[in-house]
Write a protein that binds this ligand. Sequence first.
Ligand code: DGL
Length: 276
Amino acid sequence: MFSPQGPIGVFDSGYGGLTVLKEMAARLPQYDYIYLGDNARAPYGTRSFETVYHYTLQCVQWLFQSGCPLVVLACNTASAKALRTIQQFDLPKIAPDNRVLGVIRPTTEVVGNFTRTGKVGVLATKGTVLSDSYPIEIAKFFPEIAVFQQACPLWVPLIENNEHERPGADYFVKEYMDSLLAQAGDIDTVLLACTHYPLLKTKIEQLLPAGTTLIAQGEIVAVSLADYLQRHPEMESRCSKTGQLRFFTTDSAEDFDSHASIFYGKALISEHIVLS
Ligand code: DGL
């Protein structure tokens, strides 16, 4: 049956997914993309499984209704708490030919290539840490790796409110970094397992022992998407290719536009939507 083409949907609770979309659009500029930030309900990181699942499903359905055949959850918290249920339970009922991908699996597939000591630190939201998704997924690909997790519940609010560059933020960056590094002496790879955290990269790097590798997900997810599209020509052929990007937010478009460039690297214009 003929399926119309549509943009690739990219979803995050707020602005963080823009750090992933930036890399996708750089690597795969031929495709069209729709970004949806659920800023009105961010942060997701401290919310319950049921709430994150319900909000994420609503956003995925909106992206499907907007014509996206493929949606990437560019949010670790949503990938950890909602992706599997959506893939296994909802998709077969609401859109059996569409696909939803997350950011955890592509990251865990490659994380073992960076570590020499076999000790990997994971910085993430409380929801992602409590889900244990990273230790579980890393064990599938690299069973010899020990994973040390640190929840950083105050980082997303600091970043969403553009307070992360102020000296006051240093205290909370150091507090969580100290807790992570105290868990094992020879962590040599640290994963920014929240798509907001690349904005703290410089501050975090200053606190890492020399020789530690700090990994952000954007490029990894973009490479993985390119690979997925190559392996799935039936989905690739359903992705429209005019190189256009549109941005949507559930909160004020004006606010979104004034904050978004620090995540996306350049100015953009968004549109407000109401989810019903
Ligand atoms: N950026 C998201 C993540 O990767 C979630 C941040 C939040 O809403 O708490 O986990």
